[in-house]
Design a protein around this ligand. Structure first.
Ligand SMILES: Cc1cc2nc3c(=O)[nH]c(=O)nc-3n(C[C@H](O)[C@H](O)[C@H](O)COP(=O)(O)O)c2cc1C
Length: 455
């Protein structure tokens, strides 16, 4: 089971895990321009209520929110796509309007401190009774750095070094209260057992943290950790400490290679292959017939302004492409230190010789994620094929239009997956770790852990 062979991995899970990747108005780059989109409110409780109700009706594992710290104004007509409500604030609202589904938010390790992130997610885990998850990102946008008192982004490698230390400290803060630390001895006036609340006394390269956290251990022990970087540094970081990995991949063979590679790294970190779930993004266009699904997708394509595609490429490649002719091929962009997504774009450009206009259109639709269109059965066929081929443990679904697209998936595709035994028909547990089939971690300070180490 630990050697990462295809044969062993295929049989790993009987059912897939399904996250729902949420974006204001939907994932399609031009979702806001769709005639069906209500643009009266850009951040609204009604929007999240509808999403949450559909996602829980479909028994999905989690709702996931991306985040970013800047907005490009080079192309103001289309940059509506880059409006992000602060993700943990939305999670607070989601905790209140959901009962079962996991709730995940993106927070950057480059622009925060471990103590405030540990507090935020611990609070969310308490409020949601064990359903919180943190998507740990290192941030990739030069514009973000300018909003956080930096002149430029730290380079790729050092962002990951900081992230490694950040996550170690955050885990230690969540562990700083053992499970049985609280006494609530009203008679003696003893609230907690001091022996079971631990100082960190951490002094590292980037952080100095005394501890303990000022919030006792949360229902999941530690909120679920998600990671979405796929570079060599990102993959190793994920293999060492993530519970879930989100990926962007258009090609099944490439997904199989990544799955095998990351699962193969786990034993090095003392972990089993089942301890990490790999979920590629999946954008879909569903219709009663193939022709209806095709027409739906084409309608979306027509909404993308060529200039918006250029803005998207510029942002992902960290260069300003506005000075280039849109009908020329992409210039050579230095990839040293850039993200794995930038590399995918450049590789596609070199392989297909597409112009900036064509590439912009191609990537603006699904941003390098897989894209499927067809009837519910056809979409389920592709999902089943990837799942059974050990290309993934499930998917992070990306409705092109929201909130309506979530209902379409839940009411049309989920029943097909359920009939095939590929997805749950009821939640069997209460926490996100339960949904994902992940165990609850023991505090690193607990006596049982110390004894195991000594033994
Ligand atoms: C599905 C998915 C979602 C992501 N969401 C965010 C996000 O919300 N905010 C962000 O700053 N980066 C996001 N990223 C970027 C990555 O987390 C990572 O920082 C980036 O890919 C650079 O790392 P890499 O070069 O190791 O891939 C996302 C990546 C993927 C694949």
């Amino acid at each position: 089971m630990q050697d990462g062979s295809d044969k062993d991995m295929k049989q790993l899970n009987e059912q897939m895990n399904l996250g729902a990747f949420v974006f204001t108005f939907g994932h399609h780059f031009a979702a806001w321009r769709h005639p069906g989109t209500d643009t009266n409110e850009i951040i609204s409780m009604d929007f999240y209520k509808e999403l949450a109700a559909s996602a829980e009706r479909g028994k999905l594992d989690m709702l996931f929110l991306a985040d970013s710290g800047s907005i490009p104004l080079s192309d103001a007509e289309s940059s509506a796509r880059f409006v992000y409500p602060e993700a943990t604030a939305v999670l607070g609202a989601l905790a209140a309007i959901t009962d079962k589904i996991g709730i995940a938010a993106t927070v950057s390790t480059t622009f925060n401190d471990p103590y405030n992130v540990a507090r935020r997610f611990s609070t969310l885990d308490h409020l949601s009774k064990g359903r919180a998850a943190w998507n740990v990102v290192t941030s990739t946008k030069e514009g973000d750095a300018l909003n956080y008192s930096m002149e430029k982004l730290p380079e790729h490698g050092s962002r990951y070094e900081r992230a490694r230390e950040f996550l170690d400290v955050t885990n230690a803060l969540w562990d700083s209260w053992e499970d049985d630390a609280l006494l609530w001895d009203k008679k003696a006036g003893l609230f907690a057992d001091k022996e079971k609340v631990h100082l960190l006394e951490h002094r590292g390269e980037s952080f100095s943290v005394l501890g303990p956290l000022n919030i006792p251990r949360s229902p999941q022990g530690r909120p679920v950790i998600i990671q979405a970087g796929t570079s060599p540094a990102g993959s190793r970081f994920a293999a060492s400490g993530a519970d879930v990995i989100f990926t962007a991949c258009e090609d099944k063979d490439e997904a199989i290679r990544f799955y095998k590679h990351v699962k193969g790294l786990l034993p090095e970190f003392g972990r089993e292959v089942g301890e990490v779930k790999i979920l590629p993004g999946l954008m879909y266009f569903v219709g009663a017939t193939e022709a209806e699904a095709k027409a739906k997708e084409e309608e979306f394509y027509e909404l993308i302004l060529p200039s918006a595609g250029v803005t998207y490429l510029s942002r992902m490649l960290n260069v300003d492409l506005s000075g280039y002719s849109i009908d020329e091929q992409l210039p050579d962009i230095p990839l040293e230190g850039n993200t794995s997504r930038a590399k995918i774009i450049m590789e596609t450009a070199r392989r297909t010789k597409q112009t900036i206009r064509e590439l912009g259109l191609h990537f603006a639709v699904a941003r390098g994620h897989m894209k499927v269109r067809g009837t519910p059965e056809q979409i389920a066929d592709v999902m089943e094929d990837w799942f059974r081929s050990a290309a993934c443990d499930g998917f992070n679904i990306m409705p092109p239009l929201l909130p309506g697209g979530m209902g379409e998936f839940v009411d049309q595709v989920v029943p097909v997956l359920q009939r095939r035994g590929l997805f749950r028909t009821e939640y069997s547990g209460n926490t996100l770790r339960d949904h994902l089939g992940l165990s609850r971690p023991i505090s690193q300070f607990a006596a049982s852990v110390e004894t195991a180490k000594e033994g």
